[in-house]
Design a protein around this ligand. Structure first.
Ligand code: SF4
Length: 378
């Protein structure tokens, strides 16, 4: 997305629920994270490989970054497979890469970039590469994908006879391929509802509405609606003179992680404000604790050995890199095959998660069983 889109497709899940959020967000800087930069490199690599393939070259990804190479290869293979299938069903099917998609008919000034479009007279497919692996992204009801698809329909429907559209998210690092299929008519009906909301959101009208969509809203550290939403279960809990009831405890546990994230975000925001010279009542900025550090470790080691200390006393034992670093180095598949038989999955202590979580529920009925699970770490 361009930096100046007020109603961006990637934030549409938020402004479609909280209409004024898009305008409010304009007041806060948009920070680029290291993850976003990594995603940009991954997209560039995918684009280059798919263009080479489309021009008759090899669809093999070339990169020094083993993990990225493996992930993008998986994305490219999926796209190539989809395109090959489309050609079998409809020989004139086309593959478009990094297409500018204008959906301003539905959302004021709305535009974006479609990573890959596969078009035939039967169906239009919009594919989106998600390089992140922190959160599994579903294509079901995904407003970003629907807006991209509306832009693609707008540009292509006069040349083709398709009446269906498929929106596919490919998240290769966690093996997620998620699709939603709709008729063009149904998608346009959804688009008309989104259009009404987009007009209000563009004007900054409507009431703020808090929910899960607030997690990455740039206003979240100062938004009173979000603060009320976050603190509601705690306020209720503190009003209770007697023991908390199970449903109240559940409500707090379900929100605990979000509340912790929100508190950390506010602490960071307050620190940045103070470092900008803004005084916050009851708080002051002080120097962090100082840590003494060796400037030249080789020189220090020489002096310690000269003084009679043994190498095993002054050096840490060598240890393997973490799994994350080793995956980056070798790629996940190669690492699996290199270390075959030498890896195990250790189970962690039981965790309390929302009922919507995909993992099956543990059937533990007796206290003794629960204790043994904790003790063995099963
Ligand atoms: S934090 Fe939530 S409620 Fe507040 S403006 Fe953002 S999306 Fe709306």
């Amino acid at each position: 997305m361009g930096a100046h889109a007020i109603l961006s497709a990637s934030a549409s899940h938020r402004w479609l629920k909280c209409l004024p959020s898009a305008r409010w967000e304009q007041q806060f800087p948009d920070k680029t994270s290291a993850y976003a930069e990594e995603g940009t490199r991954a997209h560039a690599l995918a684009e280059k490989t798919l263009k080479t393939f489309r021009n008759g070259g090899s669809p093999e990804v070339v990169s020094d970054d083993a993990e990225m190479k493996e992930a993008i290869q998986s994305y490219v293979d999926t796209v190539v497979e989809k395109y090959t299938e489309a050609r079998q069903a409809s020989p004139d099917a086309r593959l478009l890469i990094e297409q500018h998609l204008d959906f301003s008919k539905w959302v004021p000034q709305g535009f974006g970039t479609g990573d890959c479009l596969i078009i035939s007279d039967k169906i239009l497919e919009v594919c989106d590469l998600k390089y992140g692996k922190g959160v599994e992204v579903s294509a079901q009801g995904n407003s970003q994908m629907r807006l991209y698809a509306l832009g693609a329909i707008e540009a292509q429907e006069m040349f083709w006879g398709f009446d269906k559209v498929r929106m596919t998210i490919i998240q290769p690092r966690i093996g997620n391929v998620s699709s939603e299929e709709m008729s063009v008519e149904d998608l346009k009906t959804w688009g008309r509802e989104a259009h009404k909301k987009a007009l209000l959101a563009f004007e900054g009208k409507g009431e703020p509405v808090a929910g899960d969509h607030c997690r990455f809203c740039r206003c979240r550290t100062v938004c009173r609606t979000y603060a009320d939403y976050m603190t509601a279960p705690l306020k209720e809990a503190f009003k209770m003179p007697q023991e908390l009831q199970p449903d109240e405890i559940s409500e707090i546990v379900l929100k605990a992680k979000k509340i912790k994230n929100w508190l950390e975000d506010i602490e960071t925001y307050a620190l940045v404000q103070a470092m900008d010279g803004k005084k916050l009542p009851g708080l002051k900025l002080v120097a962090g604790r100082s840590v003494r550090k060796i400037i030249n470790p080789d020189l220090a080691a020489g002096k310690l050995l000269e003084a009679g200390y043994k190498p095993e006393e002054i050096y840490k034992p060598q240890s393997l890199q973490t799994m994350t670093e080793l995956k980056k180095l070798c790629g996940a598949k190669k690492l699996e095959s290199l270390l075959e038989g030498n890896m195990e999955t250790t189970k962690r202590s039981p965790a309390l998660v929302p009922e919507s979580d995909k993992r099956p529920e543990l059937s533990i009925n007796r206290t003794e069983e629960i204790k043994s699970v904790f003790e063995k770490g099963e």
